[in-house]
Design a protein around this ligand. Structure first.
Ligand SMILES: Nc1nc2c(ncn2[C@@H]2O[C@H](COP(=O)(O)OP(=O)(O)OP(=O)(O)O)[C@@H](O)[C@H]2O)c(=O)[nH]1
Ligand SMILES: [Mg+2]
Length: 363
């Protein structure tokens, strides 16, 4: 165990201080005297009780430094990704942080994907995605932090691979690392919601250690912030659209060449050249999808953004054209995707900076 001499917030890992309310880890001296060693900092308190986030003055360099240490340790690294945003939740250059340690990949939030998706196929596809990203996990588990049985399996697999060593939970922000850690604590110790979780990116601020046995610890870490994630391009009240709580109900639209779909006011899909075909959309159920003529689409957006077309992103939408050869998904990282079954020329508009890509259809 490390840094035991420093008292840390059990919610976010920030080092506790009672001097400056504006700085991270603040706890009034009075509370500190009363609560002893298990305290939540003021930021966690607000997040947990009022769902309000105070911005943290940390940069990705701070977070990466925490991860950099792992390569020198003898540990098991559990990389959590969001199955709804696989390409957007892979850490670039992860193998550098893992070093010689064993890596175990956990694809979380399975509950969002339609139940009809085959898990074996999903795991197979994830294997290829991992390889393309330069990592070779010992194993891959598709799961949901909110399903008890999955958490049981996760704990068993961790025991199999950790060989009596510490376990680091790493990943991009918002993939559900802390939710997973909470589920494991609940399973082992019967305590609920110990670590702070939220739909705001950047909830966990520093390492949080939870004892696994007399010698080893499980360590939750702050998420790496990738600017291409949709969450960074939304207003806080709209974050629910990138963190669906329920299984996504796909919607199919029969579209002709020269038609456009608006995904709320957050993205746009143009079918430019194609025969008539049925396109299936996979987005949060509460995000309204509007169909218009491509030739009127610019004007429609200008007139209705923020009204019929809501919510809107913080920045402007930029266009990217794709040529679809066979059944493919056009993915707007973190927001969802449109499945195009047949040959077509299409354009996808997404907030500037958000990754848009084409992949072989997942479903
Ligand atoms: N539907 C669904 N949502 C989940 C699941 N796990 C986590 N979430 C949600 O994802 C959001 C982020 O969860 P956190 O646990 O705070 O994510 P994190 O990876 O610890 O984020 P950082 O601390 O910012 O790096 C929250 O809104 C969670 O409720 C899951 O299995 N299914
Ligand atoms: Mg966290």
């Amino acid at each position: 165990m490390e840094n035991q001499e420093k008292l840390r917030c059990i919610g976010c890992g920030a080092i506790i201080q009672s001097k400056d309310p504006q700085l991270l880890g603040y706890v009034p001296q009075k509370t500190l005297d009363k609560e002893g060693i298990t305290v939540y900092c003021q930021r966690c308190f607000r997040l947990r009780h009022y769902n309000e986030i105070a911005p943290a003055p940390l940069t990705n360099d701070d977070f990466r430094r925490i991860l950099m240490d792992i390569a020198d340790k003898d540990a098991l690294v559990v990389n959590v990704i969001d199955i709804f945003d696989v390409s957007g939740s892979m850490i670039p250059g992860l193998s550098r942080y893992v070093g010689k340690n064993n890596l175990f990949l956990v694809a979380n939030k399975r509950d969002i994907l339609p139940k009809s998706v085959n898990d074996v196929r999903l795991t197979d596809w994830l294997k290829k995605q991992a390889k393309a990203n330069g990592i070779k996990p010992k194993d891959i588990l598709v799961m949901s932090a909110n399903r008890e049985y999955d958490v049981y399996t996760l704990l068993e697999l961790i025991e199999t691979y950790r060989h009596g060593r510490d376990v680091y939970i790493v990943g991009v922000t918002n993939v559900g690392k802390s939710t997973l850690v909470n589920a494991m604590i609940k399973h082992q110790l019967g305590l609920s919601d110990v670590v702070t979780t939220s739909r705001f990116p950047g909830t966990t601020l520093d390492r949080i250690e939870i004892p696994l046995d007399d010698e080893c610890v499980l360590i939750d870490t702050p998420g790496i912030i990738l600017k291409g994630q949709m969450a960074h391009h939304l207003n806080p009240e709209d974050l629910k659209f990138v963190s669906p709580k329920k299984e996504i109900k796909p919607k199919t639209f029969q579209l002709n060449s020269g038609q456009t779909l608006f995904i709320g006011g957050l993205a746009r899909f143009d079918l430019i050249k194609s025969s008539k075909q049925g396109l299936t959309t996979y987005f949060d159920n509460e995000l309204d999808i509007h169909r218009t003529k491509l030739e009127n689409a610019d004007e429609f957006f200008e007139r209705h953004a923020g009204e019929i077309l809501k919510p809107t992103a913080k920045g402007r939408l930029v266009r990217k054209e794709f040529s679809v050869k066979d059944k493919s998904d056009l993915v707007i990282s973190g927001l969802g995707w449109v499945c195009v079954p047949e040959k077509a020329t299409v354009a996808v508009w997404a907030p500037e900076g958000v990754d848009v890509l084409i992949r072989k259809a997942l479903i």
